[in-house]
Design a protein. Sequence first.
Length: 288
Amino acid sequence: MNRLTIVMYHYVRDLRHARYPNIKGLQTELFHHQIAYIAKHYNPISADDLIEAILNDEQLPPKAILLTFDDAYAEHFNVVFPVLEQARISGCFFPPAKCVLERHVLDVNKIHFILACVANKHELVESINQSVDLHRADYQLQSIDAYWDRAAIANRHDPAEVVFVKRMLQRDLPEALRENLTDALFKKHVADDERAFAQELYMSVEQVACLQRNGMYVGSHGFNHYWLNSLPDAEQRQEIDSAKIFLRTIGSNTNRWIMCYPYGAYNETTLNILRESNCVAGLTTRVA
């Protein structure tokens, strides 16, 4: 198979007039311009085109491009879907099942909105450090300096303080502690009513199924949006199996399907489980 360009989208919204203008997303008008440019200069392919090329060792068209949309945001149905339909482009949508089924705000999204609402990121670092000190004996936690040295590594997207907040609340603290801390920060800085917030933030089951029925592709982004490579083997399998059940619920083909790894994270166990589960391709990200 020849070269394929994949463009990954998350938030696509009218940020200038939104309640959370500091969320890291793409302005709607820029999305319109990007789709017009892509339609003119590239050959958009569908998920089925990619699956056929992989299974049959076929060549993709020159300048092939695949568009992906992660995390089941409502604007993917209300904003993105009509634009793609008009351009006759089939996008790939990767919803984490839990937020669609249970109307629970994913921790990753809570962290996004906490960071968007708190201008002084040092305040969030201090909240995390205080929680580490308070619960060190309960969870046998490491020193604050040890966590900082491991997690606070700036990248081209975020300064060290932001990366520290993300990694500590997403992965490095014990699950129960990071969930409680994230919930407390979300309620303090963003919203008290989590279900109402989730209702506004995410697509419904019916909307996801509508995408699938109308020429879009819906693949897996896990059930809980966990770092798969941080889970024991049995929990990884449960996470992937639960996500496949959701795909069948909304009409996706689970005999040949695509996985988009949450956070881009996977390991050899993940790959073995996916091979056994008829997964054809897995999508990740690598920061250059």
